[in-house]
Design a protein around this ligand. Sequence first.
Ligand code: HMH
Length: 224
Amino acid sequence: MDGGGVAPTTTASWLARHREMYKRATRHPFTVSIRDGTVDLAAFKRWLGQDYMFVQEFVAFLASVLLKCCKQSESSDMEIILGGLASLSDELSWFKKEAAKWSVDLAGVSPLSSNMEYRRFLQSFGEPEISYTVAITTFWIIETVYQDSFAFCIEEGNKTPPELLGTCQRWGSPEFKQYCQALQQITDRCLANAPSDAVKSAEEAFLRVLDLEVGFWDMSSPER
Ligand code: HMH
């Protein structure tokens, strides 16, 4: 029991129960090397090209989350998800600009196996059988891993190379954190109203994302 006697939310209890796994995804050697200033720029460029491909699939994933949301007629959720989807348009432009800055040829990038695995997982949400609760949980944790990972790179004491600060701020900003917190609240509300088998499926999806994120970061530095 905490000081206030308030029961923890479901997402908070998962984050506590699976904190080792969460930490592996959010304090990965790749992102920690950005913060330390020891990052291998070849690894960064590899991540950039692969993440551009990921985000293209993420657009379709988010569209499927939005569709599930609309079928539930949760209009306040819809506005937040729609905002997220709209901001991906800007994000794709950002990737193109950043790729040009680093001389990464996006047209020549092909997805590596961890990326393909992650993209297949995202594609599975096109199935109408997958519930809104599981989908919104997945969306929340995907965004949160990036938020937490990159916020750490701009926290006090960082030695992040100046040319990487823009990337870190994209996901590490206070605005992005707020957005993730809004997604977390939606997720907790859905989980609080969901049957126990849906909660179990959502927790499995949460763990699967953490695993896929570790695989995605690993891909940046195959030599490690
Ligand atoms: C692999 N996970 C991955 N890429 C991203 N861009 C995000 C999460 C956050 O949007």
